[in-house]
Design a protein around this ligand. Structure first.
Ligand code: ADP
Ligand code: ZN
Ligand code: ZN
Length: 740
């Protein structure tokens, strides 16, 4: 028989598929295979078949092994990955392979074993142990244990004897016992359902609108202030969708370990419905297991971070994207996809609704949804749903005060107003949160004599003082050294930690308010898996008065007794060269402010700033997202920034800047000569010129629509990949970049 040629995607940085021979007629597209590649074997995915190859058939190697007992990746997910690889200019094989859980990228076949539980049949129940021969002692014990217990899992059988499973299987063969595959939902501890609130009018309207249109593609932007009950809206929509016989819902969340409460809430409201999570904190085997449950359709609810957008979901009927503005939806290395944007494509192709929720939508989404602002070009691609009130009627919005730090005497970084407010909370037995976007003790170590500042030798950045460990540490590359005793530049022994970080605030507070119970939350203090959960539990148990932390704290935690939020030094973002910095700051501050006064106690927010009259703070004081968003959009429209134009960055780095320069100059020339309608800017260096010992630079490309940019990038990539200089630098294309 004529051997067919199989096109295989491999984890190889070349933008092509690889041809192999196979005469296995059972082999299907999407199947995992083992193939020889170079001197080793590699796992790949079958992408298609062909009768011919560019390589002569005699030279082609054969597929070594096909994992025919595994469900192949379905056409829908392969198409989505293919689209993403093209759009984000990433090698297809690597895109396909990185969508798989790590276990499936390994050579050993990895099918999660099915779990069984055993119980007696009616026939078995009518028997007695005496009927089992005495020499089959283990079988007798298993029988007796089954009589006493309703069912026994394999793990419970193992406790009886190492041969108990075999005995159970024998009893099954005799018809005494039946085995049932254990549904994983039964292994999830059932959490008692919480009380179900009645929807308010705004929520009802939002739910009703989406429910009316559940059977086709529609993109909804659910804009609701913090505490307005967006999650409750998601839950109701999911309930509607899950009423269908076969339906799955994908809920995307920014960072799962920061949202344990959200998960617990879903589990309690969907008790008995199979729910899995997918994120990078799972063990490899958990990840595989959850992924397979999603792929088989058994899991009905999938809560996951950005990576879960590429999970095969045969019955996907609804996608929800919580905190859709969050930057963590964009992958910052390998394939630089944006999970929200990929989700929209997926929903469109599947013809299902997608709901994007946020208190502070990204300007991209706002621009796609809003019709209100005059003089603004908008697209009306999304349908806007608004929740303008807090769900719990008694919960009021917090009062926001901006204190001018140039006009008062700071006490170790604190204004008198903030200290007074903290004292008041302690005397009332209420809780406070202090927010500063800088971990460590202080951001720089300064010599008072020559103004030397401890630099990182590998990055264009300063070393952060970590006093507790007596270390200087680079937050960009992780470099560490001991704090020097004297200035390496002039020998002066008077070195000052200057400026404030979380550790210093914590220490200062302990001095100013000795009675307060203080906890710190930043990446240093919660490096361990459950540390954050433990601290949050303590806050809930009222064992903490003041929580000091970075933006980690800004997300979806609900503390009823928290009535004060202090923001220290938010100004750096006001004057950043990154045009998205103010959008991010505004979103963060709205989120942080939303933490205050969620229950029946009114909250207060105190922001220490040198620019209290800045438009950003004015909008924040009024908690007026839309007016500030419209103002930012107007600015973007004038300046021709996204979402009014589309950008792509060609990033390059090498230890020798000459190489970077050569590469980028070549790319720049090629891009210009291609002569498309796109604008190609001169190569420049980023603010952080050196990172981890690598010299960096980029070329920015811009176009009025995606098509023009895509056409340019495709041609440019072909040229770059073919040129010898491209192997001397590390380079990548970042389409729709979020950070510069
Ligand atoms: P968001 O996701 O918009 O921040 P949540 O859905 O978390 O808001 O709701 C905030 C709080 O209000 C939660 O404690 C939730 O249980 C409660 N809640 C939501 N909807 C209602 C409602 N209709 N009536 C009473 N309480 C509600
Ligand atoms: Zn000095
Ligand atoms: Zn560094």
């Amino acid at each position: 028989m004529q051997k067919s040629i199989v096109k295989v995607a491999l984890d190889v940085p070349l933008n092509c598929l690889f041809d192999y021979l196979s005469d296995d007629s059972a082999l299907a597209v999407g199947q995992r295979v083992l193939v020889p590649f170079g001197r080793r074997n590699q796992i790949g995915i079958v992408m298609g078949f062909s009768q011919s190859s560019d390589i002569s058939v005699e030279k082609l190697k054969s597929v070594k092994q096909a994992f025919l007992n595994e469900t192949p990746l379905d056409a829908e997910i392969l198409k989505l990955i293919q689209f993403s690889a093209e759009y984000y200019q990433y090698p297809l094989g690597q895109a396909v392979m990185s969508a798989l859980p790590a276990r499936l990228r390994q050579v050993t076949p990895a099918v999660a074993r099915k779990q069984f539980a055993y119980r007696l049949t009616d026939f078995g129940r009518s028997q007695t142990a005496a009927q089992i021969p005495k020499r089959r002692l283990v079988t007798q014990r298993v029988f007796l244990a089954l009589l006493a217990n309703h069912t026994l899992s394999e793990a419970e059988l193992d406790l009886i004897s190492s041969s108990a499973r075999k005995a159970a299987k024998q009893l099954e063969a005799d018809g005494w016992v039946c085995a049932k595959q254990v549904h994983f939902a039964q292994r999830v501890a059932e959490i008692p359902a919480t009380t179900v609130p009645e929807l308010n009018d705004e929520q009802q309207l939002a739910v009703a609108q989406v429910v009316k249109d559940l059977h086709h593609f529609k993109a909804w932007l659910l804009h609701g202030i913090t505490g307005s009950g967006k999650t409750e809206v998601y839950i109701r929509l999911m309930q509607h969708v899950l009423k269908q016989a076969a339906a799955q819902v994908l809920v995307l969340v920014p960072e799962i370990n920061l949202t344990p409460q959200l998960q617990a809430r879903f589990r309690s409201r969907f008790s008995g419905i199979p729910l899995v999570s997918l994120h990078s904190h799972l063990s490899e085997s958990e990840r595989l297991h959850h992924w397979q449950l999603a792929q088989s359709g058994e899991a009905k609810i999938i809560i996951g971070t950005r990576l879960s957008i590429f999970t095969p979901l045969p019955h996907l009927k609804l996608i929800i994207i919580d905190e859709e503005h969050d930057g963590s939806y964009k992958q910052q290395d390998s394939m630089r996809y944006h999970a929200r944007d990929v989700a929209l494509v997926r929903a469109k192709w599947l013809n299902i609704p997608v709901v994007l929720g946020s208190a502070t939508p990204s300007l991209e989404s706002w621009h796609n949804a809003t019709t209100l602002a005059t003089g603004l070009k908008t697209t009306n691609k999304y349908h806007l749903l608004s929740l303008n009130q807090r769900a719990v009627s008694a919960a009021q919005l917090p009062i926001i005060d901006c204190i001018d730090t140039t006009k008062v005497n700071l006490q170790q970084g604190f204004t008198p107003q903030l200290i007074e407010a903290l004292k008041l909370r302690i005397s009332r037995g209420e809780q406070s949160l202090l927010f500063i976007n800088r971990r460590g003790f202080s951001p720089v170590l300064l010599c008072s004599a020559c103004h030397w500042i401890a630099p990182c030798t590998r990055c264009s950045s300063r070393l952060v003082v970590h006093l507790g460990q007596r270390k200087l540490r680079c937050h960009h590359c992780g470099y560490e050294q001991k704090i020097p005793n004297q200035c390496p530049s002039c020998g002066n022994a008077d070195l000052h930690p200057t400026g404030h970080g979380t550790q210093r605030l914590e220490q200062t507070l302990a001095q100013l308010l000795p009675a307060a119970r203080i906890a710190r939350v930043d990446r240093d203090s919660i490096s361990k898996k459950n540390a954050l959960v433990e601290i949050l539990d303590k806050v809930h148990r009222q064992e903490i008065d003041i929580l000091v932390g970075t933006q980690m704290l800004a997300k979806g935690h609900d503390f009823p007794n928290l009535t004060l939020v202090g923001v220290i030094d938010a100004d750096s973002a006001l004057h950043s060269p990154d045009f998205r910095a103010s959008e991010r700051l505004f979103a963060q501050l709205m989120q942080v402010a939303g933490r205050a006064g969620r229950a029946d106690k009114p909250g207060q927010v105190i922001i220490q700033t040198q620019f209290p009259e800045h438009v950003l703070f004015n909008a924040l004081r009024r908690q007026d997202y839309s007016s500030y968003a419209n103002a930012m959009l107007r600015e973007r429209q004038q300046m021709q920034f996204p979402p009014y134009v589309f950008l792509a960055l060609l990033r390059a780095e090498a230890s020798d800047f000459n190489l970077v320069h050569k590469f980028l100059s070549y790319a720049f020339r090629v891009a210009r000569e291609l002569n498309t309608k796109a604008v190609v800017y001169d190569p420049i260096r980023p603010q952080m010129e050196r990172l981890k010992g690598m010299e960096r630079g980029y070329v920015l490309m811009q176009a009025g629509n995606r098509g023009v940019l895509q056409a340019l990038l495709c041609k440019l990539m072909t040229q770059l990949r073919g040129h010898s200089i491209s192997v001397k630098v590390r380079w990548a294309i970042d389409v729709d970049p979020l950070e510069f």
